[in-house]
Design a protein around this ligand. Sequence first.
Ligand code: NAD
Length: 460
Amino acid sequence: MIFPEFKWWIYMGQEPGQLVTINDELKFALLAKIDDRSASVGVVGLGYVGLPFAVEKAKAGFQVTGIDQNEVKAAQVNRGENYIRDVEDEELREVVKSGQLHAVSTFDTVSELDVLVIAVPTPLTHNLIPDLTYIESVARELATRIRPGQLISLESTTYPGTTEDVLLPMLEKSGLVANRDFFLAYSPERVDPGNRTFGTKNTNKVVGGVGPGSLEVAMHFYKAAILDVVPVSSTKTAELVKVFENTFRAVNIALVNELAMLCDRMDLDVWEALDAAFTKPFGIMPFYPGPGVGGHCIPLDPHYLEWKAKEYNFNTRFITLAGEINRKMPEFVATKAYRCLNTLGIAPSLAKVLVLGLSYKKDLDDDRESPAYDVIRNLWKEGVTVKYHDDYVPIATHPEFDLQSEPLTSDLLQDTDLVIITTSHTTVDYQFVVDHSRLVLDTRYATKNVARGKEKIIRL
Ligand SMILES: NC(=O)c1ccc[n+]([C@@H]2O[C@H](COP(=O)([O-])OP(=O)(O)OC[C@H]3O[C@@H](n4cnc5c(N)ncnc54)[C@H](O)[C@@H]3O)[C@@H](O)[C@H]2O)c1
């Protein structure tokens, strides 16, 4: 392989006034390793994002090391045991068996890797402030171990500026300079858990780099296993793209949630209205109301942008309002549940309610930030006895909730005053639920196709 000899000078944004040279030798060496798949890839964080990504990269021919501080997960991966539904069991087994993927729970081998992708959590504190402790902890581990010629790419969702203002200075404590000695990029993960049409490979990916060398290397790396890669001019822009995408969803969900509350007052069926509205072939996009928003994205990510905007004395009013409306939904559902119980002449403190669905989204086992928990919390406040059923979440993982899924039997339904459908898993027979229930409050339109017992169904 012949490497061009020339070097060029560029201005680096992270150190005002500093001029650095792109080390072409390092760059072309890494590009070549990516091309012939001899580049070894480390994926830090083997969760909903990291594990599917690691499998995809292993399938593309890279030698992949998963690094997760959770020893149980690392051991599961090494046994070929899958714990993420978006990953095919057989695919994981195959890449582990063939030696393309293995997992460790320490950072000891970082210097042996050519590419490091970081996919660790980015939660919010109780006061809706970004919590970057996971990213910072990884950065500290990497700073003592990185070597020239590596690409480091952050994939965790975060506010614009994290890569350049937080990660970069921590990594440069190693004495290495980004875009000269190592390459640093931000490329947001867009995985949509449970989506059978769009997975890691066929969902296009946005990439921003710290300097042109970083962008070039990162583009090359992502193109190796993803069909379409979209470059942007900076890591800040790439970070903004991701938080905007989820803000777009949060705001539109809030809009239909607000409409649902208005329809309740006006005694109109919001679902019928939306079904009709979404027949328009242009200028509209389907979003549906529900008991609130959950998961690791929609309830959190917009507040990363909201927090950052305050630094610029700017209030992101749509984000604030959407958060308020979406967080209000569980309380609204509980209030509607009391009205349902009232029609049966049952006081909340004497009522037995079954919450049907604990995960935040249908056909998924992820109950992080699930609004179903807030619905239960609200019901508990009024003394309601609550049980839940969810085959995807056999035991409630939230520390405040000592609950286990009850088998969905006719006896359970008959012994319940009100069923609240909080997640519309397609595995549930909703006709069976309605047949054996006294009353059903459907917050997800799961009973749309139920033929008998419509008089027992009350919709959000
Ligand atoms: N879940 C989604 O649908 C989704 C979609 C797009 C983007 N994201 C973003 O991707 C990031 C990761 O989310 P996730 O859902 O995969 O989280 P997750 O909790 O499923 O996985 C994170 C993993 O990181 C590990 N980890 C935490 N700290 C670590 C450390 N210091 N060193 C090594 N491993 C560590 C955890 O043990 C865990 O296995 C978040 O920023 C999230 O916002 C998530």
